[in-house]
Design a protein around this ligand. Structure first.
Ligand code: AMP
Length: 220
């Protein structure tokens, strides 16, 4: 199964995508997480991307396309993948279409998670992440058992992403509207778009998403 998670920052693409990938035994490919790892390791990519990420701007299409081209060819992606955070522009979507066509593969679904802006800003302010396993927490709705620590990695302090600061979040949301939201029409025209309401608890959204995937004949 090959699925794209589409939707604004903070709507739950990572949380829902991680769950879907785990349940179906396919690769979870988050381009944001890949870039943040590159920043942490100070690779040339990380050094170049760090500035854009911190400002809430997008990294260049060519860099992102080659990153995804390589990552989707790794062995854990053979059975399928969930793409979180890619594509983010129409040229990236067109490159993905071409890349999959070359491999005689198709996308099964593009899940468009939706949510109101004020809710997204609130969720991003409360978002924390484990730097080791990337598990996502929310201080309001999905807090860790021990304050500030990962449930699965005892002793590991949760971190807040630098780009989750309120002003940067506003920039990311407006870039989303300008550059990424048009992708819904791109995939609608190809009959791949599945709209899912991202409001409510993570469990409820996951159930909704699973039912929508079943309804579209993507899963049994
Ligand atoms: P995310 O974790 O998906 O919110 O991504 C964090 C940041 O990484 C974004 O604000 C961008 O700066 C960068 N980024 C991630 N994926 C892409 C992409 N597909 N194209 C351009 N920039 C990206």
């Amino acid at each position: 199964m090959r699925v794209v998670m589409l939707g604004p920052p903070g709507v739950g693409k990572g949380t829902q995508g991680q769950r879907l990938a785990r349940e179906f035994g396919i690769a979870m490919i988050s381009t944001g997480a890949m870039l943040r790892d590159a920043v942490a390791q100070r690779t040339p990519l990380g050094i170049a991307a760090g500035r854009e990420i911190d400002a809430g701007r997008l990294v260049g299409d060519d860099v992102m396309v080659s990153l995804v081209r390589g990552r989707t060819q790794e062995s854990d992606a053979e059975r399928g993948f969930v793409l979180d955070g890619f594509p983010r522009t129409v040229p990236q979507a067109e490159s993905l279409d071409r890349m999959l066509a070359e491999r005689r593969q198709t996308l099964d679904a593009v899940i468009n998670l939706t949510g109101p802006d004020d809710e997204l800003v609130r969720r991003l302010g409360a978002r924390r992440e484990c730097p080791l396993c990337k598990r996502i927490y929310n201080l309001d709705s999905a807090p860790p058992r021990v304050a500030g620590r990962c449930d699965d990695h005892e002793g590991t302090a949760l971190i807040q992403r630098t780009d989750d600061a309120e002003q940067t979040v506003r920039t990311r949301l407006s870039i989303y509207v300008e550059q990424t939201a048009p992708l819904a029409a791109h995939y609608q025209a190809r009959g791949r778009l599945i709209e899912v309401d991202g409001a409510g608890s993570a469990d409820r959204v996951y159930d909704r998403m699973k039912r929508a995937l079943q309804g579209a004949g993507v899963t049994q």
